[in-house]
Design a protein around this ligand. Structure first.
Ligand code: ZN
Length: 529
């Protein structure tokens, strides 16, 4: 007995565009079944492509046929069953295995003979060929069009697709708006938002039927299509369409976009002296504020002032804010007092090198001395052990003498380690300090505000205050605890002071005045954390 499964399929693929709809297939197949008195046990509807294997409903149908539920398939055309070689081969295999005996198509005559199967395999093969060919043709067609300078896609805003000639033509309604857009933006005083509003006011809508937003305006302004080129697959091509703006205008607009992009990144105001100053009135930290104003001619003004953060609730602080341009000269002036003149810098560097040389030779001999002493003790230790083993001395004496030697040796070894580690340890910070002191000279003239702040906070710590728009060092009259000296003091005084400190420390140190190294504990180098 002939038992059929009715199979319909239509996908959204381009190659299925011409195929009957599912409903039409169903209607045709039902009529065909009625006319031919076929027994249909089930109707299956598939909405998948048959280009690749793996359709769920098709697969169920195959297993139901293998289980003997049915032995025939009714479909509109062989290409409904398979457009790939695996599914096509499966149908022919089932026919060979005789679990499938009948295939019926209203538009194709099939007989289950070797000749019929041959014809069927040709039909399946043809379907596959059709698929391959179509996508190949589509690609080839697109490539050819791109090579010819035809943009193979939807025309951008300001242009229209002429379906008759398959070319892109100027949209007389919107093209003037696009021109206006470019011209306005090139002036440099228009924002994307303004231009989007301009388009909305003129009744322009996107191809998707929406109103224009700033990002869409930006994509228009950055589309080379308008001056005659077009982007396709990431590649720029020369187009055949009519440009509506000049390349020159396009370039101007790109320059403005670039410039705007950079200025937008800098909208965060730069206030370099934050955290350095405190309010003399209430002791709270000084904060900064930046005001901006855009003038009618498009010029952009901004100014910064520093004011008390007014964080102390109990005190109603009345200290007035100070403009940055009034504060900067004061800070620079203050720095200037601490600048080290080149002469003093040279003097100090000179002294330092002399000291370094003297010191390294003296510490070298000291090191030698310490090493000899350690070696002597090691030898002593060995003799002691030998005496004990030879039973020249008793155990008690041995232990007492041994601990004495070890203790002395440990102290020496520690001194040795210290000396090696601290040798010229003061030099590096000293050198840095000198460089900083010297750099103040040109730092105060420069715009390196971060550098100025770093040095100022090194000199003054938190002892800089703002009082009635004026910088004061410390309302209590204490001088800053700093290693920096005002420029008026001579380098010689400075050096003398350094030497005194060094000698003082050396006197106090363990190895009776021999270590000339520990200046950094309380010396003149900058107090670094
Ligand atoms: Zn205050």
């Amino acid at each position: 007995m002939e038992k059929y499964i009715l199979y319909t399929r239509k996908s959204t693929d381009t190659e299925d565009k011409q195929v009957l709809s599912i409903d039409a297939q169903l209607a045709e197949l039902r009529k065909y079944a009625r006319d031919n008195e076929l027994v249909v046990i089930d109707e299956l509807i598939e909405k998948r492509t048959a280009k690749s294997p793996g359709r769920p409903i098709f697969n169920t149908m195959i297993s139901r046929i293998q289980n003997g539920e049915a032995n025939g398939i009714l479909a509109w055309h062989p290409d409904r069953l398979a457009r790939n070689s695996i599914d096509g081969g499966q149908i022919i295999y089932l026919l060979d295995q005789t679990s499938l005996n009948f295939l019926r198509f209203p538009v194709f005559q099939f007989e289950n003979t070797s000749q019929g199967k041959f014809m069927l395999s040709i039909m399946f093969g043809q379907s596959k060929y059709y698929v391959d060919n179509l996508s190949e043709n589509t690609k080839r067609g697109l490539r050819a069009r791109v090579r010819n300078g035809d943009f193979p896609s939807q025309a951008p805003f300001g242009y229209l697709n002429d379906t008759r000639t398959k070319t892109i033509i100027v949209d007389k309604r919107y093209a003037p708006l696009v021109q206006e857009l470019f011209e306005q933006y090139a002036k440099g005083d228009q924002t994307m938002e303004n231009l989007a509003y301009f388009l909305q006011e003129n009744g322009a809508i996107t191809s998707g039927g929406k109103t224009f937003k700033d990002d869409k305006v930006k994509s228009i302004l950055q589309n080379p299509f308008y001056y005659g080129h077009f982007l396709y697959c990431g590649e720029l091509h020369e187009g055949r369409h009519k440009p509506i703006i000049s390349k020159n205008l396009y370039d101007k607009v790109q320059a403005v976009i670039e410039k705007r992009g950079h200025t937008q990144k800098q909208t965060k105001p730069i206030t370099p002296f934050l955290g350095l100053l405190r309010c003399a009135g209430c002791g709270m930290s000084i904060t900064s504020e930046t005001k901006t104003k855009t003038q009618k001619n498009g010029n952009f003004h901004s100014w910064t002032y520093y004011r008390c953060s007014r964080k102390k609730r109990a005190v109603k602080c009345v200290e007035p804010p100070v403009r940055e341009k009034d504060l900067l000269p004061q800070l620079s002036g203050l720095l200037g007092e601490y600048a080290m003149s080149p002469e003093i810098y040279d003097f100090m560097t000179d002294k330092m090198s002399q000291d370094e040389q003297a010191e390294s030779s003296s510490s070298l001999s000291l090191l030698d001395d310490l090493r000899t002493q350690v070696a002597r003790l090691t030898a002593k230790q060995k003799i002691l052990l030998d005496s004990y083993l030879d039973q020249d001395i008793d155990r008690q004496t041995f232990l007492a003498k041994k601990s004495e030697i070890l203790s002395e040796k440990k102290s020496l070894e520690e001194s040795l380690a210290n000396l090696t580690a601290n040798q010229n340890a003061w030099l590096e910070p000293m050198r840095k300090w000198l460089e900083t002191a010297k750099s103040i000279c040109y730092l105060r003239e420069s715009n390196d505000f971060d550098g100025q702040k770093a040095v100022l906070s090194e000199i003054f710590g938190l002892n800089l205050f703002l009082e009635n728009k004026t910088l004061t060092q410390n309302p209590n009259g204490e001088s800053p605890k700093t290693t920096f000296r005002k420029g008026a003091e001579s380098g010689f005084c400075l050096w003398q002071e350094l030497q005194n400190t060094k000698e003082k420390i050396a006197r106090e140190s363990d190895i009776s005045g021999k270590i000339p190294i520990l200046v950094r504990r309380a010396g003149l180098e900058p107090a670094r954390p």
